[in-house]
Write a protein that binds this ligand. Sequence first.
Ligand code: DSN
Length: 409
Amino acid sequence: MSIHELIEKEIKRQRETLMLIPSENYTYPEVRAAVGSPLMHKYSEGYIGKRYYQGNEIIDEIEGLAIESAKKLFGVPHANVQPYSGSPANSAVLMGLLNPGDVIMGLNLSSGGHLTHGHPTITFSGKFFKSIQFGISKDGTFNFEEIENLVKQEKPKLLILGTTAFPRVLDFEKFASVFPKDVILVADISHIVGLVIAGEHPSPVPYFDVITTTTHKMLKGPRGAMIMVTKNGLQKDADMGKKIDKAVFPGLQGGPHDNTTAGIALALEKAGSSEYKSYAHQVVLNAQSLSSKLISLGFELVTGGTDNHLLLIDLRNMNVTGKEAAVALEKAGIVTNANSVPFDDKGPFNPSGIRMGTPAVTARGMKEQEMEKIALWIHEVVQSIADDNKLGEIRTKVISLCEAFPVDF
Ligand code: DSN
């Protein structure tokens, strides 16, 4: 099959399935046009007004628009829009602000953190730094007394705090209060960025020093990332922004993807609108509706529900593994991912949970009523995991729902 045919097949798949992976979304046609534009032909290593290649007058303007929009939207004095994606952005922060062997702290993966927040064995963040990880308690909350004791004992130089599978509000103010003033506080808000912009989740900006985020999740931009330094950060170290910029380029990356930068500028502009605010609000309402219906059908949700855009189902009471459920759901046209749950007794390749989120289905215009339907189908799938006929019947209904809420490509 040719690449063109494969792209057409993938478009059809995206049109006809329910995208419930909480980190995936549909971007805007304007962003797709910018990313596919001749901006991709340009090299522009360096920063605005200080490039290593000629011909960057227009690229400088584009990058300037993206930076100014980020600064305005988040209320920060410094932004770098060049990181290729979330993991490189986190790498740049650690590389720019630390020395090898320094102590870092982060939320462990099985409590809903991220690999680059100090996973001890398989990422640079755990290999090149001394990584101290903490987790959530059995009831799904943070034990701040324990975290504070760990801080006193281990004396971290930096905290990197963010989530990929945590369905509750992250209390950035409380976290900031248990770390001594000289510890660098980094918030990775990739998952909740849209909620923060729309005021649906408290912002870390007043309490933290550095904010990283991807741009392709709830922000609905192109695949990319940004790093921002807050007023607190610059007060802590006036050169914090410069150090991070140097770590992005030339420390870790080469030429920025200028086509992506243009897409980020467009997505940021749209995220400042009242339509985006309503969208973010509906994302939460939809996640709560999906959550309540699933609970009423007998599912156990980690922390008993959600405050944000995602939910994590612990399938152990259904005698099905996360992978088995995710495979059957995909056959029915419902695309999710298997995920570890806190205190999981199974390994990461066949964990006990599935993670779901509502950013993409909400972008299609779906509301609470549709979430209830989807919850019923999820329940039916889990009850009929090996019944391909039943899964096929649900697939037909999913396609009809997708047709009633088309995507704009
Ligand atoms: N891959 C992202 C997610 O799915 O949450 C995190 O990097």
